[in-house]
Structures are given as structure tokens and as C-alpha cells.
Ligand binder design. Structure first.
Ligand code: SF4
Ligand code: SF4
Length: 181
């Protein structure tokens, strides 16, 4: 069977794409300009049509389903709820959790002497939260975690500990989502 040869006129393709590119750019600029002028006019007449969040002074409220950085739940006495079982460390697909367990004399018996999360590797998947049997690690609404070095993105236990009262909405959402009521 004879092979079928298709000859592509590359110059014609290039010409067509070039024209389409200009047309698409102009169309995009028209859309952007229309929105810009409409919003600017709204501000001028005191009836803004879009809500502007003045970051970082203002915070954009996040829904309970939002997955920001994982944090450790702190109890009323400031101690961690975590019992250093290691399930979150095991569940983390990028191995960014590092735990070293320690022993206590109280009824909990174990606690994380070291609990680090390398946020430069975390992908906000929430598997640590799902794996935890103690509701001790949850996804917070926090996203402002930039640092000037990789070492600055290694978060330690004292930085990760967050009062349970600040995480109640997410904890409720997790209980509902995983049927833990
Ligand atoms: S959110 Fe995902 S990647 Fe980040 S620490 Fe938890 S399990 Fe690991
Ligand atoms: S955060 Fe939860 S899963 Fe991770 S070690 Fe502590 S108790 Fe276990």
C-alpha cells in the first residue's frame, strides 16, 4: 500500500497564526480595557462593581473547604494534641513531615519532641489531615508563608501550633467530610 504524504504549507500556517495572534491580542485588550474602565468609573461615582481586598491589611475570607498550610492543633494549655503516632508522616506523599517522638508522664504518654514540616515541598494535599486519628493536624487558611531561604520554609512545632479555637470551622468541616461525628 502506497504511503499517503501530506505536505504542510508551514508558511501559510505561520501567516494564519500570526494574524490570529494579533486578532486575539486585540480582543483580549478590548475585554481588559472594558472591565478596567467600567470598574474605574464605578470607583469615580462611588458605586464600585467589584470588591477590592486591601492585602495584606485586609484578609480575604476563605471557605472551610480551603486548604492552606497544614498546622498542629494546640489545646487550651498550649500543648499539642498530637500523640506522635506517625500516621501523617507515613501518609505524606512527598515526605515533608519529620517527627521524633518523646515520652511524657501524663496520660497521653507520647508527644512529638520534634515535629517539622518542610513547606517548600508540601503540596497542600491534605492527606496528613485525613490520616490523623486525633484531629491534631489540619489544613489552615494560612497561605502567606514565603521566606528568603529554603531553611526559612522548614516550620517547627512551635511555629505550627495553632489554638484549636482558630481552627474550629475547619475541624467541623473535616468531621462532616470524613463522617467522624
Ligand atoms: S498537606 Fe500533603 S504534602 Fe503537605 S504535609 Fe500534609 S500530606 Fe504532606
Ligand atoms: S499529627 Fe496526628 S497523625 Fe500525625 S503524628 Fe500526630 S497524632 Fe499522629
Amino acid at each position: 500500500m502506497a504511503a499517503r504524504v501530506t505536505k504542510v504549507d508551514r508558511d501559510a500556517v505561520r501567516r494564519a497564526t500570526g494574524t490570529l495572534g494579533v486578532a486575539a491580542t486585540l480582543r483580549g485588550l478590548r475585554v481588559t480595557s472594558t472591565h478596567f474602565i467600567r470598574n474605574l468609573w464605578g470607583w469615580v461615582v462611588g458605586k464600585p462593581q467589584v470588591r477590592t481586598v486591601m492585602v495584606p491589611e485586609e484578609e480575604d475570607p476563605k471557605p472551610a473547604a480551603f486548604r492552606g498550610m497544614p498546622v498542629l492543633v494546640a489545646l487550651d494549655d498550649g500543648k499539642e494534641r498530637c500523640v506522635a503516632c506517625g500516621l501523617c508522616e507515613w501518609a505524606c506523599p512527598v515526605d515533608c513531615i519529620h517527627i521524633e517522638p518523646g515520652e511524657t508522664a501524663d496520660e497521653v504518654e507520647r508527644y512529638p519532641r520534634v515535629f517539622d514540616i518542610d513547606m517548600s515541598r508540601c503540596m497542600y494535599c491534605g492527606l496528613c489531615e485525613e490520616a490523623c486519628p486525633e484531629e491534631a493536624i489540619v489544613m489552615s487558611a494560612r497561605v502567606e508563608i514565603s521566606a528568603f531561604s529554603r531553611a526559612g520554609l522548614l516550620w517547627h512545632k512551635d511555629q505550627l501550633l495553632t489554638p484549636a479555637s482558630q481552627l474550629e470551622r475547619r475541624l467541623e468541616y473535616v468531621r462532616e467530610g470524613y463522617g467522624r461525628r
